[in-house]
Design a protein around this ligand. Sequence first.
Ligand code: DX5
Ligand code: ZN
Length: 218
Amino acid sequence: MRLLAPSILSADFLHLEKDIRLVNDHADIIHFDVMDGTLVPNISFGFPVLDAVARIAEKPMDAHLMIINPDKYFERCAKAGVSMLSFHLEAARKARKSPARLLDKVRSLGMKAGLAINPDIPVEDVFPYLDHADYILVMSVFAGFGGQKLVPATYDRVKAVKAEIARRGLDCLVQIDGGADESNAASLFEAGVDIVVAGSAVFKSPDPVATIAVMKGD
Ligand code: DX5
Ligand code: ZN
């Protein structure tokens, strides 16, 4: 699968409707970076933005929760119209909660469940949860900010998760997030990524429609 998920963290918040319509018309998934200033050193946006976007969203809404105690907000996300939700393994560990149970809870609310890991977490750490997850989010930068450079180890990490998924015959997809652009999207998809998240490459592009086409390989 080759899906592109623009991250609205880099969108023009004065003209958010225009940027959402761009995703509706040209990309596959709308990616929301929800940050709490505690799990990650930045604060972004929350439900007022998700609720507003939901009114015009024609593509699935993907919430990437970079927050401690993510399960406090699973239900609220479902209510906002989120259909894909990822939380960080690091957050589950800090809260001493079972990642498998949290993933099951996301699924029980009718959403696809994603498990995210930062680049310093061994990729094998997600293996025990692959049958509970619909996608693994292999962060290709440290979560918290848009506009960073992709960590090169991402390619091998993606290959390792994909190999394990294939070995066990599972359906789980692989998403990467951070530093993706026109120069590396093709090689990311070749490495086995199913969903490429891209913020600045899309929204800071002088021609976002053309950039999306190049990144998707159309
Ligand atoms: C980083 C976020 C990303 C970010 C990607 O913490 O999870 O989704 O928006 O931004 P770019 O594509 O600019 O690296
Ligand atoms: Zn993200």
